[in-house]
Design a protein around this ligand. Structure first.
Ligand SMILES: Nc1ncnc2c1ncn2[C@@H]1O[C@H](COP(=O)(O)OP(=O)(O)OP(=O)(O)O)[C@@H](O)[C@H]1O
Ligand SMILES: CC(C)(CO)[C@@H](O)C(=O)[O-]
Ligand code: BAL
Length: 298
């Protein structure tokens, strides 16, 4: 496994690789902010299935954090990350410093409209501009055939798919399923911030989502507002939970659903997404469903 910290060297290494394989190789990019866990490992596994060379990037991207967010305290552990990457058979790990990615004042930003307006985009103004800008830079540097992202951050997947479509980027965004702890909590680097009581109560995210999934499977004719109300009352049973948002939207367009519409009349996918704060820690989780399929399970 090669650990590379600058762009010139990374480009040279990739060029060499492409020349030796006569261009007959698929390069896969797995962008992360480090503090790696089994959710990240699942992206690397998927990358080994579809790509021949796996490039992992580890970069805590300052421009996707808002003022007062946790950029400075975001968990970091390079040694542990390199051990996990090695175990996963990653070929190249790219770990740039902030000065390498943003050497002078950056005057260009990539902004996707509409799909960035609700959910995390509403709670974290400017966040997705930071994500789309850094992911564009990583795609330009690595020129991957595939780039792998987790559906824990489902809005991020929708935004990035829109971006590569709109900008004709020659890369496939590969969404990967959410990896959970045995008790259901979605893995997240930020779980490390939780106190033991907060960790127990954080289960309310996955449990309330499973419960509304069960309700949808049993009763087809529900409205988005009924799902939202049920989720809000379930989450509020946890005294430490402070709801940021609870939304039921179409996916990947991320549009609101008029309350005249019964969900079982919708043919496409829906996302039921929640963001909840426990103390200073903000956790997200979601469920992607196809209502017609959910109803036909009955
Ligand atoms: N539980 C998970 N299952 C699947 N993919 C995940 C999971 N957690 C993170 N990922 C994916 O890993 C990639 C890198 O995410 P990141 O480094 O921000 O980790 P994170 O655990 O999501 O951290 P954070 O606590 O900042 O949300 C993203 O594509 C993200 O969706
Ligand atoms: C995609 C990403 C690595 C960009 O910084 C980040 O948003 C993340 O970890 O999901
Ligand atoms: N995985 C999302 C990165 C962030 O919260 O900034």
């Amino acid at each position: 496994m090669k650990v590379i910290r600058n762009i010139v060297e990374l480009r040279a290494e990739l060029k060499q690789y492409r020349v030796t394989s006569n261009g007959d190789c698929r390069v896969g990019l797995v962008p992360t902010m480090g503090y790696l866990h089994e959710g990240h490992a699942s992206l690397m596994n998927r990358a080994h299935e579809l790509s021949d060379l796996v490039v992992l990037s580890i970069f805590v991207n300052p421009i996707q954090f808002g003022p007062g967010e946790d950029y400075e305290t975001y968990p970091r552990n390079e040694e542990q990350d390199l051990a996990l990457a090695e175990r996963q058979g990653v070929d190249i790990v790219f770990i740039p410093q902030v000065e390498e990615m943003y050497p002078t004042q950056t005057l260009t930003k990539i902004r996707v409209s509409e799909v960035t307006q609700l959910l995390c985009g509403a709670s974290r103004p400017g966040h997705f501009d930071g994500v789309t800008t850094v992911v564009s830079k990583l795609i330009n540097i690595v020129q991957p055939d595939q780039a792998y992202f987790g559906l824990k951050d489902a809005q991020q997947v929708a935004v990035l798919q829109q971006m590569v479509h709109d900008l004709n980027m020659n890369v496939e965004i590969v969404p990967c399923p959410i990896v959970r702890e045995e008790d259901g909590l979605a893995l997240s680097s930020r779980n490390v911030y939780l106190s033991s009581e907060e960790r127990k109560q954080a289960l309310v995210l996955s449990r309330s989502l499973s419960e509304v999934k069960g309700t949808l499977e049993q009763e087809g004719s529900l409205r988005a507002s009924e799902i939202r109300e049920k989720l809000i009352s379930l989450i509020n049973l946890s005294p430490l939970a402070v709801i940021d948002y609870v939304e039921v939207l179409t996916f990947p367009a991320l549009s609101r659903i008029n309350d005249d519409v019964l969900l079982n009349h919708i043919t496409g996918k829906l996302i039921i997404a929640v963001a909840v704060k426990f103390g200073k820690t903000r956790l997200i989780d979601n469920l992607l469903i196809t209502p017609k399929e959910a109803v036909s399970l009955v």
